[in-house]
Design a protein. Structure first.
Length: 382
């Protein structure tokens, strides 16, 4: 846990941090190796998190949430990284999925779905990416065509986090296939008993082995028209654009914390490991590399704390969120690589945490919008 309390925190948030840290340390970290082998967490971990009030912490209490703010979401992301327990997909579940429902759902939808997400009864996912469509969301092929009082959903999605366990999935689909952005809507599917819904493979990845990432298929899946998020069809693209900055911010929070964690792990190792009769920390190359990484960590922490504070005040703009996402994830990958190098051959061994930090870091530059897309967004505001 951080030595200094950030300016955006308070006693309540720090108490929540302690609870989150204890949960990840005791209930998740000991199982990470097994979860990586089976490619998903135990379902019981979701229910335990719900019992402790760690799911949907920034959703209003009226709908079963914790009644907190994004600061609570940030703390969750930080403590997952600090405890070396990254597999439980709470960021997607709480910080992303729940907020689509909270922001655009009707009161009936909120009362129906949010308490189940907060308790861990439901696991949430959002299905954006398709086999032939990544960052270009306007080109999704999945359709949700209204037929009477139902939408009929046809299409396929891939790289879906929480895909194996999800009981509720927000599907990005075309309700008007002849339009691009204006034809996109968000439709909620409850997966249990949904005829025509199928899960494909749990995908093998080079990192994040314990986070289930799956293919989802929709073959004539019927859901009530009441499952549309928003007041009318065609609002989905705007809803995505409004929510993506928060998603990108929480990825940046994890990146800043991962930089600090990699640095701390490497300092510890280099002071213990000896070569040529002295700790490898004492070699100039080691000290200079770590000095650079420490500077990056300091700059990253100041930047991300400022972004969090701005977001809590409603002042974080789109280009700054994009800057945080691309720069911090780039630095995360670079620092992880340089720190692994200082471990020598041991850094390449899976039993050392730095190896997992290295492989887990790579996806950060891809999901939530690739870093190339982040630069494109930033450039529009120059």
């Amino acid at each position: 846990m951080p030595a200094d309390r950030p300016a955006w925190s308070d006693d309540d948030i720090e108490a929540f941090r302690e609870l989150a840290h204890a949960f990840f340390e005791k209930e998740c970290a000991p199982h990470e190796e097994r979860w990586c082998e089976q490619q998903h967490v135990d379902r019981a971990a979701w229910r335990k998190a719900g019992e402790l009030g760690l799911l949907c912490p920034s959703i209003p209490t009226e709908f079963g949430g914790g009644g907190g703010t994004f600061a609570h979401e940030a703390v969750m992301a930080e403590e997952q990284v600090r405890t070396g327990a990254p597999s439980l997909g709470t960021t997607v579940h709480s910080t992303i999925v729940a907020h689509y429902i909270n922001s655009y759902g009707t009161r009936e939808q909120k009362h129906r779905w949010l308490p189940r997400l907060a308790s861990g009864e439901f696991v949430g996912a959002i299905a954006m990416t398709e086999p032939s469509t990544g960052s270009d969301l306007q080109s999704v092929k999945t359709k949700a065509i209204r037929t009477g009082d139902e939408y009929v959903i046809d299409g396929s999605k891939t790289f879906i986090s929480n895909g194996l366990h999800c009981d509720l999935v927000i599907v990005v689909a075309k309700t008007d296939p002849d339009n691009a952005a204006a034809g996109i809507s968000l439709v909620v599917v409850e997966t249990e008993g949904a005829e025509g819904f199928a899960r494909g493979r749990v995908l093998k990845k080079i990192g994040q082995h314990g986070q289930d990432t799956a293919e989802l298929f929709f073959d004539g899946v019927r859901v009530p028209v009441a499952n549309l998020l928003g007041e009318a069809e065609g609002q989905g693209f705007a809803q995505l654009m409004q929510q993506l900055p928060q998603e990108r911010l929480v990825l940046a929070v994890a990146a800043a914390t991962a930089i600090e964690a990699a640095l701390a792990e490497t300092i510890k190792y280099t002071k213990q490991r000896e070569a040529f009769g002295k700790p490898i920390f004492n070699f100039q190359n080691t000290k200079f590399t770590l000095a650079e990484a420490a500077t990056t960590a300091k700059i990253g922490r100041v930047f991300i704390d400022d972004c969090i504070a701005k977001h809590l005040r409603g002042e974080l703009d789109i280009p700054t969120a994009s800057m945080a996402k691309w720069w911090l994830t780039e630095q995360q990958c670079q620092v992880a690589d340089e720190c692994l190098q200082l471990f020598g051959g041991y850094g390449y061994m899976a039993e050392y945490p730095i190896s997992r930090m290295f492989t887990d870091s790579r996806i950060q530059k891809i999901y939530g919008g690739t870093n190339e897309i982040m630069k494109e967004i930033i450039s529009r505001f120059l």
